[in-house]
Design a protein around this ligand. Sequence first.
Ligand SMILES: Cc1ncc(COP(=O)(O)O)c(C=O)c1O
Length: 403
Amino acid sequence: MYNFDKKVERKGTSSVKWDKVDEIFNREDIIPLWVADSDWETAPEIIESIKDRVEHGVFGYTYPAEEYKNVIVDWYKKRYNWDIESDWITLLSGVVPGINIALRAFTRPGDSVIVQPPVYYPFFSAVKNSGNILLENQLVLREENGSRRYRIDWIDLEKKINENPGTSALIFCYPHNPVGRVWKPDELNKLLSIADKYNLLIISDEIHADFVYNGGHQPLAAIRPDMREQIITISAPSKSFNIAGLATAYAIIPDTNYKKRFEKAAEGIQPALNPLGLTALKSAYEDGEDWLESQNKYIKDNYKLVSDSIAKIPGIELIKSEGTYLVWLDFRKTGLTDQELEDLLFHEAKLGLEPGHWFGKGGRGFFRMNLATQRYNIEEALIRLKDLMSNRFANLEVDIDGQ
Ligand SMILES: Cc1ncc(COP(=O)(O)O)c(C=O)c1O
């Protein structure tokens, strides 16, 4: 019913992903597979609701009326079976602003804040922006049952907390961008018990929660309602419905005093809300679920195509993904430096993959690929990757892990 193959010309729309390729990759003729947005139109229901709102013609200051919070409450109930209250919700203009506000509200300059790289890089700047000390609890890639998966290094996590008594918060990425982990209940419980033990605040970025390949997403805060002063959930409909440009997100903070502190810290920083973003949020959460499921099926098929094909290409290993529309590709077997890999991928294969080292030093030798694009882009990218790698690295084994 929905057509995700339909070509949409994004060049010339001030699209970061398409119109900045020259600046980022030093060439125009590249397939951009970097920035995390999608290349198709959003749900028709959302487009209609925005058109209606545009017809009104007045776009003055807008406040988050109860109706917008109520659709979020209903969404959490129906998709994640989590009972939240509208009083817990603060509307925001973005998840990243929300993380920055949370750090300002709940940490003091000089406190240490933990991130788990390789990770979405605005986490690093959020820590620095708030005058905090950055602690990196590197994820570790382990071979288990014939496939490689990133894990949290629990020993290192506790060691970092013990060595840095001023550690007050951890920014959690769940599902994880870029490594595609959807943390399992035992991992979530362990993280929560460590947070409990050391009185650590967890800022849980759950923006990718609607893309979980098998099963559903379990919000972190729903697991331990007793830890209401220690978990702040920040999320948005922007990835799920391709409406990031409408700048609408939200924080869920069950504790009344904490919510007040958060809103106080947002004063003068958080801009007025975007009326078109609020309209899109309401329509997405009220009427967009069929479209979302259909989109997710398309992305899942893209993932299968990429993972089956990469398994036959020498020199690249795909790290199995459990969620998000991003895949993390390991080029380390080539033995090339990041610069050499970038030269090959950008200038020979003409592919705009996102360099892994942007996500921290653990990302060296990796590239992130965005799957939320029309199948013909994925097919062409795979042909180019195969040509490039088969010509140069025929001596390397193919990745049996990805098969
Ligand atoms: C984990 C994560 N958090 C936040 C964002 C961006 O959120 P926003 O545009 O609402 O600031 C992204 C976008 O890629 C992301 O991957």
